[in-house]
Design a protein around this ligand. Structure first.
Ligand code: PRP
Length: 202
């Protein structure tokens, strides 16, 4: 039996739809249940940022997670398949009237993605003060908490509606099927079979 950690919400729903298509059965979490057992799989309903943790420690053999979340952790994880869902980009956001100054001696950046942001500006040899936030990142430049933000952009509506414009893109992201090396070694045949089944419409 393979255990698969799914991120709560839309990505879990879209992933389960892929299972429905592949196995011709209904896959759905009941009410507030966090575990779903179906067709020889155990699905765990976990927070987005926790998916790599369940997979890394082996409590889940597989997981579905955004590349941005995965890159933020320093786990030794195997990426099996780009599921082609949850497509977005991680971009700099600035107040409409501001311009991003790559020559500034110190920039205050608010973000959920502190490790990715640190690496990005280190490569550019820029000094940054990273302010870690957990949500509503777009607010930070509006109230002077930061000069700019680095956040997920999907439609661009959230930045636009908050008077921000999209600057440079740091990375593109989408949801990947992941595993840990141990589970992959032990369940290789079964996992590769699943990858093939889920890869139907990519
Ligand atoms: C993300 C991100 C933005 C928004 C961007 O938040 O932090 O606020 O989506 O989407 P848009 O470009 O389509 O407007 P999410 O909804 O994932 O919630 P979170 O902050 O709880 O992660």
């Amino acid at each position: 039996m393979l255990t698969i950690a799914l991120p709560k919400g839309r990505i879990a729903k879209l992933t389960l739809e892929k299972f429905e298509y592949a196995f011709e059965e209904k896959f759905e979490f009941q009410n507030r249940k966090l575990i779903l057992k179906k067709a020889g799989f155990v699905f765990l309903n976990v927070r987005n940022q926790d998916v790599p943790t369940y997979v890394n420690y082996g409590s889940a053999d597989l997981g579905v997670v955004g590349l941005d979340v995965l890159e933020e952790k320093n786990y030794d994880i195997v990426k099996l398949l780009d599921l082609g869902i949850g497509k977005c980009k991680l971009s700099i956001g600035l107040k409409n009237e501001d311009e991003f100054d790559y020559n500034s001696p110190l920039i205050k950046v608010a973000t959920k993605h502190e490790n990715i942001v640190r690496r990005y500006f280190e490569k550019k040899a820029m000094a940054v003060d990273i302010i870690k936030l957990y949500g509503s990142i777009e607010l930070a430049p509006l109230v002077g908490l930061a000069d700019c933000i680095v956040d997920i952009v999907e439609t661009g509506d959230t930045m636009k509606e908050n008077g921000l414009k999209i600057g440079d893109t740091i990375m593109k992201s989408s949801a990947f099927l992941i595993t840990n090396k141990n589970s992959f070694t032990i369940n290789k045949t079964q996992i590769l079979k699943l990858v093939k089944l889920l890869d139907h419409d990519n």
